[in-house]
Design a protein around this ligand. Structure first.
Ligand code: 5AD
Length: 341
């Protein structure tokens, strides 16, 4: 098959044999990559027009019990000042998100079960004050009772990247005691509780092979998440994997396009990590089939301490709006829930 046939098959059957996917993932021809992005962009525009959903990101805490080998907020990183926002501060952030006309707030933080339980009344208060605002959580692996309490308090969506669909690769990125199996059990439970669920992985993470990426794509295809979060790996100097090279932004963009064509209704953010490693990355992500951007609403005093990776950029609402306008897109005023077409 030539590339045009691959695009056509992927678009109209929402599937492709492994060899076809591998050919797209490995393709270094920028002309072909641009055609792939154009195809994904067309499908995105058919479903969503030229509107992008905004999610106001609140990085509520960098306290983490976990020790992921790539992540700057891992517990072994002692060079980091730890913070958690109080309930009032989170509510002030939510107010700012709402005031900016954004109808989704994302509360993200390190894995901290006690802290997460403490968020239950905060979620309930956001739900009470702003009934029409969607609440997304990204708080790692928690006891199922905590997921349930957060859901019952009014949370709508949960982001938990699977990180890699290959157990052996998972073990090279994470400390002993963490497992892909438990990660997937969490994702199943979140879905069972009625959350819209997000999964995903880093592009170009240490030791990642093409086979690993194919397994990631197949897992995503099987699970059919509402949201798909993918960004390039970005080294963080205080971590064990901090000397590995950054992931290829072009690979990230190809993944946005491939997954858009496979799961046309999905919500795919153009991520902060992509904007960090690629000039105009935010716009390029949208033009490759992403349809979500997460402007940062974390108070500036603590934002610098949420350093998952080196030189993490801060996506500001003003810049995002200008970027979107410059490519003929605009921010949507809606909550941007998942809809099957
Ligand atoms: N580079 C890119 N992404 C990272 N994440 C954590 N550390 C890094 C890094 N060094 C991502 C993980 C995690 C999300 C919160 O941030 O995929 O799920």
């Amino acid at each position: 098959m030539n590339y045009q046939e691959l695009f056509h098959t992927l678009r109209y059957t929402q599937d492709l044999p492994d060899e076809g996917l591998a050919a797209l993932l490995a393709c270094l021809d920028t002309g072909v990559q641009e055609e792939l992005h154009a195809c994904a962009r067309e499908v995105t525009q058919e479903r969503f027009g030229k509107e992008v959903y905004l999610r106001g990101l609140v990085e509520w805490s960098n306290v983490c019990r976990n020790d992921c080998l790539y992540c700057g907020i891992r517990k072994s990183n002692l060079s980091l000042a730890r913070y958690s926002l109080g309930a009032d501060e989170v509510l002030r952030c939510a107010d700012a998100v709402y005031g900016a006309g954004i109808r989704t707030v994302v509360i993200q933080g390190g894995e901290n079960p006690a802290g997460a339980l403490g968020l239950v009344p905060v979620v309930a208060e956001i739900r009470r004050r702003w009934p029409e605002m969607a609440i997304t959580l990204s708080l790692g692996e928690l006891p199922f009772g905590t997921y349930k309490a957060l859901r019952e308090a009014g949370a709508d969506r949960y982001l938990l990247r699977h990180e890699t669909a290959t157990s052996a690769h998972y073990a090279r990125l994470h400390p002993a005691g963490m497992s892909l199996e438990h990660r997937l059990a969490c994702l199943d439970e979140l879905r069972r509780l009625g959350f819209q669920v997000g999964m995903g992985m880093m592009a170009g993470s240490p030791y990642q092979s093409l086979e690993h990426l194919l397994a990631d794509i197949r897992l995503i295809q099987r699970f059919g998440p509402e949201m798909i979060g993918i960004g390039p790996f970005v080294p963080q100097k205080d971590t064990p994997l901090g000397t590995f090279p950054a992931g290829d932004p072009a690979l990230t963009l190809k993944l946005y396009s491939i997954l858009r064509l496979m799961l046309p209704d999905s919500l795919i953010p153009s991520t902060t990590a992509l904007a960090t490693v690629l000039p105009d990355g935010c716009k390029k992500g949208i033009l490759a089939g992403a349809n979500v951007i997460m402007p940062n609403f974390t108070p500036a005093q603590v934002s610098g301490s949420y350093n998952l990776y080196n030189h993490k950029s801060r996506q500001e609402l003003d810049t995002i709006k200008k970027d979107l306008a410059s490519i003929g897109y605009a921010a949507s005023a809606s909550r941007g829930d998942y809809h099957k077409n």
